[in-house]
Structure formats: C-alpha cells, structure tokens
Ligand binder design. Structure first.
Ligand code: ADP
Ligand code: MG
Length: 145
C-alpha cells in the first residue's frame, strides 16, 4: 500500500502533477478519480493524457461514458461514469476489455458509482477542496494497494 498526498493551488499544478504520474505508468493500471463536481478530475485526466504524449484536446466523456485516445505512448481509456444507469452497462461499453489491458491505462471519473466492478488493484485518486485554503486549493491523495 502506498499513499501520495499533493496539495495544489492552481489548475496548472494539478495538470503537471498528473502529467508526472502518467510519465511513469507501465500499462494495465486503473486509476479511479473521485471527488465532487468541479473538483478537478478532468483537469487531472488532461494532465495525465499529456504525460502519455496525447496531443489532441481532452474533454470529460460525460455523455459517451468512454473516450479512447491512441496517439500517446500507450492507449488511454477515459471513462466518466456519472451518467451510467447500472454497472451492467459497463460491459457493453467494453469496460472489462479496457480496464487492466496491458496496452493502456484506464481513468475512471466518478468510479464510486461502479465500485462493485472495480478491479482489486485499482489506484484511488481522491481530490478535495478546502474553502479555508482558497478557491483554487485542492488536496489530491493517491492510494495504491
Ligand atoms: P471535475 O471533472 O472534477 O468535475 P473539472 O476538472 O472539469 O472538474 O473542473 C475543475 C475546475 O476547477 C476547472 O474549472 C479548473 O480550472 C478549476 N480549478 C481551480 N483550481 C484547481 C486546482 N488546484 N486543480 C484543478 N482544478 C482547479
Ligand atoms: Mg469531469
């Protein structure tokens, strides 16, 4: 079990932190991104994509649930399961083929909504605000089993 904690004070810092993590991934990792609406999950995903060398613009796949990127050094499977009706829908989307596939990395925004089907070795990224520390303050905790 490892735990990394990072405080950021601007979106660019969250982006850069995620980028530095992506530069070290080997493939097969599943990153779960949780935290309230507007906390920075997508900013984290965008930095992560940059760290894989993805150059195309990345937005949250809120309506499509999944967006795949194949222009980086490995595939990125970016899920946003906020609008998922049930865990069963994830099978149709191809979740089980993508999450854990050694040719890529999966990022799942709102992973708590599909807690029952997450792999045991999933890496948890939790982002929180703290109004006392300023509007743009975020605390990012990464826990690896
Ligand atoms: P989510 O995907 O969690 O709903 P987004 O990443 O879409 O959230 O939006 C986060 C918003 O918060 C962006 O408008 C971003 O500019 C802003 N923001 C302010 N400070 C930070 C920070 N330290 N880290 C990340 N985002 C921040
Ligand atoms: Mg988002």
């Amino acid at each position: 079990m490892s735990r990394i904690e990072k405080e950021t004070f601007r979106p660019e810092e969250t982006f850069a932190f995620a980028k530095s993590i992506a530069e070290q991934v080997k493939g097969g990792e599943v990153y779960c991104l949780d935290g309230d609406l507007g906390v920075g999950k997508t900013v984290f995903a965008q930095g992560f994509g940059a760290g894989l060398g993805i150059t195309e613009p990345m937005a949250s796949p809120t309506f499509t649930i999944l967006k795949e990127y194949h222009t980086g050094r490995m595939a990125l499977y970016h899920f946003d399961v906020y609008r998922i009706g049930s865990e069963d829908e994830m099978e149709e989307i191809g979740f089980y083929e993508m999450a854990g596939s050694p040719d890529g990395v999966a990022l799942i925004e709102w992973s708590k909504l599909i807690e029952g089907i997450l792999p045991e070795n999933a890496i948890r990224v939790t982002i929180e605000k703290n109004p006392e520390k300023g509007f743009d303050y975020r605390r990012i905790v990464i826990e690896e089993p």
